[in-house]
Design a protein around this ligand. Structure first.
Ligand code: C5P
Length: 400
């Protein structure tokens, strides 16, 4: 990935033990073509020397507002204007507090005030300091002001405590930087995505459902948000973390999902129907738990058809979004997928062969063939995460 090539990152190091990782972070960023300038607080110099940071970054390190020599080579206002991104790593509780308070009592905090570049913060501190309400409120202030927060990670800490507060590892921060600079293929688009299974109640304690984990839909939502779209995710009952920046609405049954989708679809430019929606639901939901009886060896549940959500969206006459469906098949992939494309009036259908192990339901990987009226494209087996990025970039080309 060449997204970092030529990008200018101002690395602000404050005084935490994780500062020793900044040499590695700088090297990995420079390897990818980034230009780095380093600013250190006085306390940071106790953990890693300016000489080390100068050697790895290839530039003199600045740390004082009142250093005539540093001010001559690139003064603090020029430095603030130079950066495409300011990365505060490690960001101690003290630095976070000073930035949240708008202080400019050293070079680094002054630069944060003076820059128009986005500022990313990688918190690093003792877990109790991180959990402290003051730190949490300061972080909330920064989030409100559109600072980007990367981490912290959780685990064993230098002080022996265990919990949240570890600075993310250098490579994790590099990946965040890469994502940050990725071209925003879908900026200006609003994408509605459904994910997961639906549950169709039989009685107050039982339901009919399927094995969908929701992974693919959640990965798509994450990829769409990363590509700059505004994303609404309508999900059936799943155990998945809501991706950053995604607005999530939880539903249970196909009827609930249909209702929410129809309300929101006309406000969106793209609809991706990734949910495994139950085709039928019990005609009557028993108000009380259905009891087993001695004299009956069988029972019948009469099922009625659920609304076809994706077909309803595709048939909208006003505000119809570009509509993408999914087809999980066990045989005749192309034939069944093309039938659905036509019958549901979709713009695109993503078909996957769920008879092959390692792809589809509940798996971390997937392969897809997408079909549209006059063509097809194969996405070979890869992680759902990678596949989601590739699919979103493909959709962004299709809607041009
Ligand atoms: O017909 P089938 O269920 O295989 O079609 C799959 C596609 O249709 C998926 O995109 C799925 O989300 C959507 N679908 C729907 N509403 C239904 C059934 C399926 O939106 N009731």
């Amino acid at each position: 990935m060449q997204t970092l090539s030529g990008k200018k990152i101002l690395l602000g190091i404050s005084g935490g033990i994780a500062a020793y990782k900044c040499a590695e972070l700088t090297r990995r960023l420079i390897e990818r073509g980034t230009e780095i300038r380093v600013v250190m607080t006085e306390a940071a110099k106790e953990f890693i020397t300016p000489l080390t940071m100068q050697a790895v970054s290839g530039h003199q390190v600045a740390s004082s507002l009142l250093d005539p020599e540093a001010e001559r080579s690139m003064n603090h206002i020029e430095l603030a204007k130079w950066a495409d991104l300011v990365l505060l790593a490690p960001a101690t509780a003290d630095l976070i507090a000073r930035v949240a308070g708008g202080l400019g009592n050293d070079l680094l905090s002054t630069l944060v005030l003076a820059t128009e570049a986005p500022v990313a913060v990688a918190p690093a501190m003792n877990q109790q300091m991180y959990k402290n309400i003051a730190t949490q409120e300061n972080l909330a202030t920064l989030i409100r002001r559109e600072f980007i927060i990367w981490g912290p990670g959780a685990g064993e800490q230098a002080c022996g405590d265990v919990g949240p507060g570890r600075m993310l590892e250098p490579m994790e921060l590099v990946h965040h930087c890469e994502e940050f600079f990725q071209p925003r293929l879908l900026s200006g688009q609003s994408i509605l995505i459904t994910a997961g299974p639906t549950q169709e109640a039989i009685d107050p304690v039982r339901y009919i459902s399927n094995h969908s984990s929701g992974k693919m839909g959640f990965q798509l939502a994450e990829a769409a948000a990363r590509s700059g779209a505004s994303v609404t995710l309508i999900s059936g009952p799943v155990n998945q973390r809501t991706p950053d920046g995604v607005c999530r609405i939880d539903v249970t049954s196909a009827t609930n999902m249909h209702e929410e989708v129809m309300k929101l679809a006309p406000e969106h430019t793209i609809f991706i129907s990734c949910a495994a929606v139950a085709d039928y639901r019990p005609e009557c939901i028993s108000e009380q738990k259905i009891k087993k009886t001695k004299d009956k060896d069988a029972m019948t549940i009469r099922m009625i058809k659920n609304p076809d959500i994706v077909a309803s969206v595709a048939s909208l006459t006003e505000g119809r979004p570009y509509t993408v469906g999914f087809a999980a098949e066990t045989q005749n992939l192309e034939h069944y997928a093309r039938n659905k494309l036509e019958q549901k009036n979709l713009d695109l259908i993503c078909a996957n062969d769920v008879s092959v192990s390692g792809q589809g339901f509940n798996s971390d990987s997937n392969a897809l063939t997408v079909y549209w009226k006059n063509g097809e494209h194969v996405f070979p087996l890869t992680s759902k995460n990678q596949l989601a990025m590739e699919l979103m970039s493909f959709i962004s080309e299709k809607i041009q």
